[in-house]
Design a binder for this molecule. Structure first.
Ligand code: FAD
Ligand code: NAD
Length: 478
């Protein structure tokens, strides 16, 4: 597979956009011999997002949860082409994807077109800001590796600046106020990791900050982690209280400036109060929004006109209104939460379906040949022989074609909440149970370790855990 051959004209070209959970899960199970497979993504690696919050404090080094896509693709049976580029436009009618190399180094050509027969859109989502002014300029997100690195750097910068000679007390308080907006799992996990960092390392290394370092989680709804059961929400809120993380529920951020957020909170009497909350670090985790390339594609397809949250797909993940475009993961709307679990199952389903489609074509071609041979055959024996072969093939064809629609199987929800505790809503033997605490934390660790992409990732993550436990997290600001 290393000597990239030219595309085989007898095979269909399957273009896959993205190297995230959906796309990589599809590639893992896809028999690449059946198609000319082309992958386009601005990221030449897969990122294991569940452990990304741990990278913001150096509990885990970011490279431990990255797997180079080239390393993975070179083990496929037939060569797969990879272009490190962003899909800027999908021309659905002309069956062309416009791609652009957005990286620092550009050659003579940095934008071009990739034609497709079949297209899988797995480009994920952007960070939602709801148009709130100042978020992009002054807040940090937590979605990509670069985001985690920026947060890690900013935490240390705030601590060092707070201890600068003659810093006024109010400014020290502001610089050491770490505000997280969004009480979904991303916000909760990050807040937990940050408090851990302070409790086990920062406090020891920089004792001057002990009295002023504070984490606040701001959430517009009446409680955090809305997708978890009531018991686990209560458990999380109690744990945060013990850890002195403030939770400000029913508080909606309306504006962000370089030094404070403006938030509207609803008091117990129902009255709304607008207040300014100063911060040193602001992490914005309020969920997903559509990527421009997805929005643009939706506008080209009349059947997508009423869809708001992403590409509406049918039960076979075909983008409604199209025949040869599929969508997986956070950019698709199939009535499931935008999670890695859903994206991975959708990707695996498509691989299974594409493998079957290729087999169907192969069997149909064989059947056509046999029917021809049957007509030409003169001796009865050989006609009977061909007839029985046709029967067998028809049976195989029915089996291959009988692929059912996509069905999601929910394995449960897991989240780390800090201080070596985790919460889990688990579906098991057709029942559900909710659990939280230290045992769940060890379950969380082993579950995520086993889910890591490769053995290499698994070993690196394990070593990082041991390293940060033995020597503490590294507080140097790169
Ligand atoms: P992604 O994994 O985001 O991949 C999208 C891919 O498309 C990327 O490779 C990207 O580079 C590429 N791309 C972007 N734009 C373009 C373009 N224009 N053209 C081509 N390619 C493009 N889910 C869970 O189930 N469990 C968890 O514990 C969990 N933890 C999480 C923690 C964090 C911090 C975050 C941010 C998310 C977490 N999630 C978790 C959610 C999960 O990561 C997403 O649901 C999942 O990544 C969606 O998969 P995807 O393939 O749709 O998109
Ligand atoms: P989310 O959509 O789950 O939560 C965002 C939260 O932000 C919501 O509770 C919303 O009420 C709040 N919010 C929105 N605007 C606000 C404002 N102006 N002021 C204050 N609060 C505001 O987002 P997420 O946590 O980024 O998660 C995205 C997806 O990824 C979800 O599907 C989630 O399940 C998944 N995920 C899962 C895990 C896990 O399973 N451990 C971890 C991270 C993410």
């Amino acid at each position: 597979p290393d000597d990239q051959p030219e595309p085989d004209p007898s095979k269909k070209t399957l273009v896959i956009l993205g190297t995230g959970w959906g796309a990589v899960s599809l590639l893992k199970k896809l028999d690449t011999e059946n198609y000319n497979v082309i992958v386009v993504s601005p990221r030449n690696y897969f990122l294991f997002t569940p452990l990304l919050p741990s990278c913001t404090t150096g509990t885990i080094e970011h490279r431990s949860i990255m797997e180079p896509i080239r390393n993975f693709l070179r083990h496929k049976k037939a060569a797969v082409k990879f272009y490190e580029a962003e899909a800027t436009k999908i021309d659905y009618v002309k069956k062309i994807v416009h791609i652009n190399d957005d990286s620092e180094i550009k050659g003579d050509i940095s934008s071009t077109e990739v034609p497709f027969d079949m297209l899988v859109v797995g480009v994920g989502a952007e960070n939602a800001t709801f148009g709130i002014p100042g978020v992009r300029e002054h807040g940090l997100f937590l979605k990509e590796v670069g985001d985690a690195q920026r947060i890690r750097k900013r935490i240390m910068d705030c601590c060092e600046t707070a201890t600068f000679k003659d810093q006024p007390p109010d400014e020290i308080k502001r610089l050491l106020h770490m505000v997280v907006v969004g009480g979904g799992p991303t916000g909760v996990e990050f807040a937990g990791e940050l408090q851990d960092f302070f409790n086990s390392d920062l406090k020891k290394w920089i004792p001057d900050i002990t009295d002023n370092f504070h984490v606040t989680l701001v959430e517009a709804l009446p409680n955090v982690l809305p997708m978890f059961s009531k018991q686990l929400i209560d458990y999380t809120e109690k744990t945060f209280k013990e850890e002195t993380i403030s939770i400000r529920t029913k508080t909606m951020v309306k504006k962000v400036t370089d030094k404070y957020i403006e938030a509207e909170s609803t008091g117990p009497d129902g009255k709304k109060v607008l207040e300014k909350i100063p911060f040193g670090l602001l992490v914005w985790a309020t969920g997903n929004a559509l990527r421009p390339v997805v929005k643009d594609l939706m506008m080209q397809i009349p059947a997508q006109k009423d869809s708001r949250r992403g590409l509406a797909v049918n039960e076979y993940l075909v983008v409604r209104g199209t025949e040869n475009v599929w969508a997986v993961g956070d950019c698709a709307v199939a009535n499931y939460a935008p999670t890695a679990q859903v994206a991975a199952q959708e990707g695996a389903f498509l691989a299974h379906m594409f493998n079957s489609m290729a087999k169907t074509t192969e069997i149909e071609q064989q059947l056509a040949k046999l029917s021809e041979a049957q007509e030409k055959a003169t001796a009865k024996d050989s006609r009977d022989q061909i007839f029985s072969e046709i029967k067998d093939l028809q049976k195989r064809l029915r089996r291959v074609k009988s692929i059912g629609p996509f069905e999601y199987s929910h394995q449960g929800s897991l989240a780390y909440i800090g201080s070596e505790k985790a919460v889990a809503d688990i579906s098991w033997m057709s029942g559900n149970f909710a659990t939280g605490g230290t045992v769940t934390y060890f379950f969380w660790r082993s579950a995520y370790l086993s889910m890591c992409f490769s053995t290499r990732n698994r070993i690196l993550v394990l070593m990082d855990w041991v390293k940060s436990k033995m020597f503490g997290r590294d507080v140097s600001r790169e």
